[in-house]
Design a protein around this ligand. Structure first.
Ligand SMILES: O=C(O)CCC(=O)C(=O)O
Length: 280
């Protein structure tokens, strides 16, 4: 299993990520990692634990399963989040000397899933603030933009917007905030004001996005599972910000961190990559 991205990340990739707020980095993982994590996903679907969210409506043919903080109780998810090529990739794209793990999240759409991932951006969901937070969305199966692929509005991380969080299962805890609703950008595809970017992916490709880049994803009309794991890493300016109507984190960081503290905490938001150590 590879420890570094299979292809180096270029200066152009870093510049593109800054400009668009999202980029696809090809071929980050080898087949062994993909096989190991697909097996981990299979286990997760059978034993989802107590943080699972099912967004499948009654009568829908496909299961839409989401889960968070798997790294805290599953050894494969832990290795993947802490020692795989991802922390280095995250640090390189954000140009950081050190990154910590914020959390991991699974997005599994079984064949026939009807529910889409609505347009949103991530920061309003989180007890965190900052630009230096990156989501590394890892494709574990082939993903087509025409099906269940993720689409982004390029540059939307610079709009200064903070849209209301909405979960696929419409959890009222999140939607009770007073932020403006996120427009349905699928209705705005013809509007020249917006540039949409997306990528068909192969297993091992990783799409990285900024916490304020607006994105959404399709249902899964295909006959195959669509499995992705999104791992969020934090850098320099990321701060703990325990607002109302946000996600609860595992490990009780609210008892140890004050608003404004860096998003680093042993065993909860552990440091996963440091330039000094990597080059020692
Ligand atoms: O995979 C999906 O459907 C959504 C992914 C997403 O919203 C994320 O990684 O932040």
């Amino acid at each position: 299993m590879n420890r570094h991205p299979l292809q180096p990340v270029s200066k152009d990739d870093v510049a593109r990520f800054r400009e668009d707020g999202a980029i696809c980095i090809r071929n980050v993982f080898d087949r062994e990692w993909c096989a190991r994590m697909n097996a981990a996903v299979e286990r997760l679907l059978v034993n989802p634990g107590n943080r699972a969210r099912e967004a499948t409506k009654a009568g829908d043919p496909g299961r839409f399963h989401m889960n968070v903080f798997m790294w805290r109780w599953d050894a494969d998810f832990r290795e993947f989040a802490l020692t795989s090529p991802l922390p280095e990739l995250a640090a390189t794209l954000m140009e950081q000397d050190r990154v910590s793990l914020f959390y991991d999240q699974a997005f599994i759409k079984e064949p026939g899933t009807r529910e889409v991932t609505q347009w949103h951006h991530d920061l309003p969901y989180w007890p965190a603030l900052g630009n230096d937070i990156i989501s590394c969305w890892v494709a574990l199966t082939p993903v087509n933009v025409a099906g269940s692929g993720v689409e982004y509005v390029a540059g939307s991380h610079k709009w200064g917007k903070f849209y209301q969080a909405v979960t696929p299962d419409k959890d009222g805890h999140f939607s009770a905030s007073s932020f403006e609703p996120c427009p349905d950008f699928s209705q705005l595809k013809g509007d020249p004001k917006y540039k949409f970017i997306s990528w068909d992916c192969e297993p091992g490709d990783v799409i990285c996005h900024h916490p304020l880049t607006v994105h959404g994803a399709g249902s899964n009309p295909s006959p195959n599972r669509r499995a992705a794991i999104s791992i969020r890493y934090a850098g320099r300016d990321a701060r703990w910000d325990p607002r109302a109507n946000v996600m609860r984190c595992e490990g009780e960081p609210e008892t140890k961190l004050k608003a404004g503290d860096p998003l680093v905490l042993d065993g909860v938001f552990p440091v996963t990559w440091e330039r000094e150590r990597a080059h020692a």
